[in-house]
Design a protein around this ligand. Structure first.
Ligand code: ADP
Ligand code: MG
Length: 352
């Protein structure tokens, strides 16, 4: 048989698995719940360890037994994550998650495969080594680590006919990758060429992502609520997750409609507030501006101009915010490329 190339997008919020078939086409691997996006969550329960979607479900029952966002702490000297009262190094949690991903891969395509795991372009050598170490602990047949933006550029390159069937780029081209995920933002200029793919420049913000858009909408909702009903303040922190879930739903619907109603239950009452996309964009304008500032500065650092970029590609779930495409088009004059789903590009590209 043929050893199947597998790509693992090991995200802060979500993971995506993909493989390439004998014809060179990439396919996503679905988890036991038939979903291609696997939450980066680990949970310790009295019945044992749970990962992915099952771990996330524990948030409602015992949030203290659920660990998320541990990728952020990978490689920092004294970082440890607390899970069910135990303190664990982040790479151990990463290893638990990778072991789960391995089981999902093996259920789907068997055991004859090699995996490439992606990491952010800004990961230093220590964090790359820790990621490889976690893959080793998980007994994953890993052959290498690849930068997320390079993977994304390859997935788009493939879709746009810029690669040979072997996966190698046909000629030299620069691609700008704008990646806005759940908790992190980065932008990178990648140069694809027949014999190597190099990062010309990269920068970002490890504390900026879709979560910050959620928080802003939540603040706005509470402000409006207290204006009408001051007796409701201060807010009961323990009930916040209901509002947060409602906020995320409203945010997602504002990516496809211009007006929505934010509805949530609080102290046995239902509350609702209408929010327009315009208002949402207004209360989050400075967050968007920060990403534009970084985009301009990375282009400058790469020593290229917009005319040297053949494609501006969108990666990360939060690039579904319509304001992202609009602002980038304004800034660059390029129509942002969305021919590969922003959730799938990194995983598919890693496999390619
Ligand atoms: P990561 O790379 O950090 O693992 P993802 O690329 O999966 O993260 O992005 C997750 C973020 O994308 C979350 O903040 C989520 O709310 C956001 N997101 C997903 N779908 C939409 C949508 N339709 N509109 C706006 N934001 C979205
Ligand atoms: Mg990501």
């Amino acid at each position: 048989g043929r050893t199947i190339p597998v790509g693992i997008d090991l995200g802060t919020t979500n993971c995506v698995l993909a493989y390439v078939d004998a014809e060179g086409q990439s396919h996503l691997i679905r988890d036991s719940f038939d979903k291609a996006t696997i939450p980066s969550a680990v949970s310790m329960t009295p019945d044992g360890l749970l990962c992915g979607r099952e771990a996330l479900a524990q948030l409602n029952l015992a949030p203290e037994n659920v660990a998320r966002d541990f990728k952020r702490d990978m490689g920092s000297a004294h970082a440890s994550c607390t899970l069910a009262g135990r303190s664990l190094p982040p790479e151990v949690l990463q290893a638990y998650l990778l072991r789960y991903l391995r089981s999902q891969i093996e259920q789907a395509i068997g055991i004859d495969y090699h995996a490439v795991i992606t990491v952010p372009a800004y990961f230093d050598e220590v964090r790359r080594q820790k990621t490889l170490r976690a893959a080793e602990m998980a007994e994953l047949p890993t052959i290498s680590i690849l930068n997320e933006p390079t993977a994304a550029a390859l997935a788009f390159g493939k879709r746009l006919g810029m690669l040979h069937s072997s996966g190698a780029p046909c000629k030299q081209r620069n691609v700008l990758v704008y990646d806005l995920g759940g908790g992190t933002f980065d932008v990178t200029v990648v140069r694809l060429s027949p014999d190597e793919c190099v990062t010309l420049a990269t920068d970002g913000d490890m504390c900026l992502g879709g979560n910050d858009w959620d928080l802003r909408l939540q603040e706005y909702a509470l402000e409006q609520l207290f204006r009408e009903r001051p007796e409701l303040a201060p807010w009961d922190e323990n009930q916040d997750h209901r509002l947060r879930a409602a906020v995320v739903r409203a945010k997602h619907s504002l990516s496809s409609t211009t007006d929505t109603t934010l509805t949530w239950r609080q102290r046995d009452r239902m509350y609702s507030l209408s929010v327009s996309r315009e208002t949402f964009e207004k209360v989050t304008r400075d967050l968007m501006e920060r990403t534009m500032f970084t985009t301009r500065s990375v282009l400058r650092d790469a020593g290229v101009g917009w005319t040297d970029i053949v494609s501006l590609v969108l990666v990360g779930g939060a690039t579904r915010l319509p304001v992202v495409s609009r602002k980038l088009l304004n800034l660059s004059g390029l129509q942002p490329e969305r021919s590969v789903s922003p959730d799938e590009a990194v995983g598919r590209g890693a496999a390619i």
